[in-house]
Design a protein around this ligand. Structure first.
Ligand code: AMP
Ligand code: FE
Ligand code: FE
Ligand code: ZN
Length: 289
């Protein structure tokens, strides 16, 4: 069983339509794939239809933009009821923050002498990667990475802050919508000090179910092993995933990291328990075996 629990489509900052993503996942030899676009469920319906057709098990999820101690943290939410009013309102608020940030980023870049316009970055869930791609198309930089390091990271001329939800509150919110949560790449990009083990313990107490350990942003094997040990001590589910973005991110090919089948089963058990406790109508895993 090959299980990849974190991927993006054109519904956020991936470069493949959900159908293409699902087909590619099946061709990559995956048995289970999760679609986890940033802050929205716009890809869910098409992905579910494609998964049923090609016969790959699909877990519907969202990668929610949250903050903790003034730092951004990505929270993977699996199988919540997408119609839950509180969750819907929070996702809408985040997407609104993205939509109002986009013109502010364009304005900031134009002040820095870069000729981009809003037409360049049209997207339902607009993010910095869309701006990065525009900078590449305009020949300002040669890659998304360079766009981030030169223009889009904090402190660079195109950076604009945006709304993110409180991490602990979002863990509780997803639980009330009948879903489960997993911290996405918590110690990636040298961010270990922003989320120490003691904080992860408190998040577990607030209802967190798992930690994404095997991820390309955890480059150092020692970091992975330390995080794996923290997760084990706290009885958190350990996941691994590609965080595939199509052509949008190199070195994140489908299945480059995977989740162990028994950890996946534990995650599904917790999701079933959360769904039952919430009494919400939660999405099923579809397309499997
Ligand atoms: P945003 O959520 O719009 O602020 O953009 C953050 C997203 O940009 C992350 O979720 C990644 O998908 C992507 N990202 C961040 N840094 C880089 C980078 N150096 N190269 C490519 N994509 C990046
Ligand atoms: Fe992304
Ligand atoms: Fe992320
Ligand atoms: Zn992601």
């Amino acid at each position: 069983m090959r299980i990849d629990l974190h991927t993006h489509s054109l519904a956020s900052d991936g470069t493949q339509a959900p159908t293409e993503l699902i087909t590619a996942a099946q061709q990559a030899g995956l048995d289970v794939v999760a679609i986890t676009d940033h802050d929205g469920t716009g890809g869910w319906a098409e992905a579910a239809e494609a998964a049923t057709r090609v016969g790959i098990e699909l877990v519907r999820g969202i990668e929610i933009s949250t903050k903790h101690r003034h730092h951004g943290v990505h929270l993977l939410a699996y199988l919540p009821d997408p119609t839950h009013p509180g969750l819907r309102a929070e996702l809408d608020r985040i997407v609104e923050g993205r939509s109002s940030r986009a013109p502010a980023m364009v304005a900031a870049l134009r002040r820095a002498g870069i000729e981009v316009s809003m037409d360049d970055i049209a997207a339902a869930v607009p993010g910095r990667p869309h701006v990065a791609d525009a900078l590449v198309r305009h020949g300002v930089v040669s890659s998304r990475d360079e766009a981030f390091s030169e223009y889009l990271n904090p402190g660079r001329p195109g950076y604009v802050n945006r709304y993110a939800a409180d991490l602990t509150a979002t863990i509780r919110l997803v639980a009330s919508a009948g879903g489960v949560t997993v911290l996405a790449h918590p110690w990636g990009r040298g961010r270990k000090d922003d989320l120490p083990a003691g904080d992860i313990a408190r998040l577990r107490d607030a209802g967190l179910s798992g930690v994404e350990v095997d991820h390309q942003d955890h480059k150092d094997p020692d970091v992975r092993e330390e995080l794996r040990a923290v997760a084990r001590d706290l009885d958190l589910v350990v996941t691994g995933s590609s965080d595939h973005h199509g052509l949008g991110k190199t070195n994140h090919e489908l299945g480059c990291n995977t989740t162990a089948p028994d950890e996946y089963e534990r995650l599904l058990e917790r999701a079933a328990a959360a769904a039952a406790a919430s009494a919400r109508r939660t999405p099923e895993v579809v397309g499997g075996r």
